[in-house]
Design a protein around this ligand. Sequence first.
Ligand SMILES: [Zn+2]
Length: 268
Amino acid sequence: MNRIILITITALTLVLSNCKQKEANDESQAEKELSRAEIIENKLKKAYPNFIEKIENNHLIWTDSSTMVFDDMVSNKSFDSLLNYPDIEDQFHFIYPMDSDYLSVLSLNYDPGRIRNDAFLKKMYGSTEEEVKKNLVEIIWLPNSDSTKLQVTTINEVHTKLQNISNELETLPEELKKYVLKPAGTFKWRVISGTNRLSAHSFGIAIDINVNYSHYWKWDVDTNKKFKYQNKIPLQIVNIFEKHGFIWGGKWYHYDTMHFEYRPELIN
Ligand SMILES: [Zn+2]
């Protein structure tokens, strides 16, 4: 009798685990079948639920019903074209590496997050300096150890996220905290030096931490226009920013290790 029960239980367990296996297979199959537009739509909706409705007929539909072309259908863009004329889709051209071995993917020009569609960011955060300023508030950076006042946008709750980052950084031991004391700044309506492209700082979504421990590719360019990756910022600090939706400029071939910006669509 006991044997029959045992055999029945074993058989049932096998059937159930097969069902689970089939479900998992079906799910991964469904994932595979998602188009690139659908994958990006999911990322954008998750990152910006108040703004993004859907992607349909090659257009990004905003919650206020306005639309933007999703893919301009220009294929094989050069790196310069990606930087200067990106569509919405191009912002996802490089995958932002989440693992600690990010250096292994930093091949020539691999700059995940440096491809920014200005129209996309202007739509959310403001299209002029005055418009962006209307949404800025002041936060106190590391109130117990630094107290620098920083201007950050309230759009997408970026100010709350940066304050939460500050709270976490404040609990770090001194040898780690030194990297984030005396931050170099947040909001500044400006183009990136040597270009016509707006910096992420223009939208109140970026912060530069302590310059004294930072590296920037432009500071290291030699007479042959070559530069070699350098970084001192510990990954414990990077992880805290990433947890709250901020990407790090240290994960770019054109590294800027003081720079963090709110781009949750590249992290989720
Ligand atoms: Zn910066």
